[in-house]
Design a protein around this ligand. Structure first.
Ligand code: RIB
Ligand code: CA
Length: 308
């Protein structure tokens, strides 16, 4: 059995990534920790708890940071909807998280399963940075940290060069990227290039007919408009689900490289930019396995299997 710890700012793509992990029989999700990002913390908690209920799973789910380390919170409700789940009227209120502090849970879980925890981050890295700052000794104990964040090659989605998760809390991302953890970066380019769901495929997945299949597609109701008008993608893309697919099955990543990646702590267009040193001009030691290509076929097969 593999032991996962998932940190998320649960909105419409995070929810599908949670379904993929929760429905995988080879995975034990030890805990889910919430961070503010796509939506305010409390909404993210409700969205995660609703998704768990739909999957018929009971996993300890904890509240984490309600804002970035230093900066004010900027949500992505313009992308995912006010409730983060497509504003389709789901009953996303009234559920109770597990009492406890997410930062301590991250630390304690990693220490309880030394070299076994596979950490998957689907939102801003605030919680992970706080855990590393409080207990830096956990960094070498994490088996693998798969990060949905940054850009390996190409353009950003919140500035011309920056991806939302890193942009929201660049100071946290820098702490994590400099921590020495074994990390794999699945940038927004992987989602844009290999995880776009056009209308035809959306209908094909919905036609699987299960509650999870319909849920996974229906909650993309708002993001599909953002994708077609702002990012000009053929349909909506699923960044967290393809990052989760890579965490679940590393063979989904078909091209990777161990490189030095630096997070830009700045204001303006380069805020949160992940600068990838492709040819080691900095002569700095690699800190990240960067994913550059992925198998769309494997990703879609895993997505469909999860919602059957
Ligand atoms: O840039 C995409 C990322 O930002 C995804 O994790 C999405 O859920 C949002 O958090
Ligand atoms: Ca997310």
């Amino acid at each position: 059995m593999r032991h996962f710890l998932i940190d998320t700012d649960t909105a419409s793509d995070d929810a599908v990534a949670l379904v993929m992990a929760l429905m995988d029989p080879k995975i034990q999700v030890e805990a889910i920790t919430l961070v503010a990002g796509n939506v305010p913390l409390d909404q993210g908690l409700q969205n995660a708890l609703y998704t768990l209920e739909l999957c018929g799973k009971q996993i300890p789910t904890y509240a984490g940071a309600a804002q970035p380390l230093l900066r004010e919170l900027h949500t992505a409700q313009f992308v995912h909807g006010t409730d983060g789940m497509g504003d389709i009227g789901l009953p996303l209120q009234g559920r109770t998280p597990t009492p406890g502090n997410a930062i301590d849970v991250i630390i304690d879980t990693i220490k309880a399963f030394p070299n076994e925890i596979e950490l998957v981050t689907l939102g801003p890295l605030t919680n992970i940075a706080l855990a590393l700052a409080k207990a830096p000794e956990i960094a070498p104990l994490v088996k693998q940290c798969t990060i949905m964040g940054g850009v390996g090659k190409g353009r950003g989605n919140i500035t011309p060069v920056s991806e939302f998760n890193i942009w929201v809390d660049p100071e946290a991302a820098k702490i994590v990227f400099d921590s020495g953890m074994k990390m794999k970066m699945v940038g927004w380019d992987i989602s844009r290039n290999h995880a776009c769901i056009d209308l035809e495929l959306c209908e094909e997945i919905k036609a699987i007919g299960t509650p999870l299949a319909e849920f996974s597609m229906d909650i993309q109701n708002i993001v599909k408009n953002f994708s077609s008008t702002i990012t000009k993608l053929p349909g909506f893309d699923l960044p967290d689900p393809i990052a989760m697919a890579i965490a679940l099955d590393e063979s989904v990543a078909t091209e990777t490289a161990y490189l030095y990646v630096e997070v830009i702590i700045a204001d303006g267009l380069t805020r949160g930019q992940t600068v990838v040193d492709h040819v080691n001009v900095t002569q700095k030691a690699p800190n990240m396995e960067v994913v550059f290509e992925a198998s769309r076929a494997k990703f879609l097969s895993m997505l469909k299997a999860a919602v059957k």
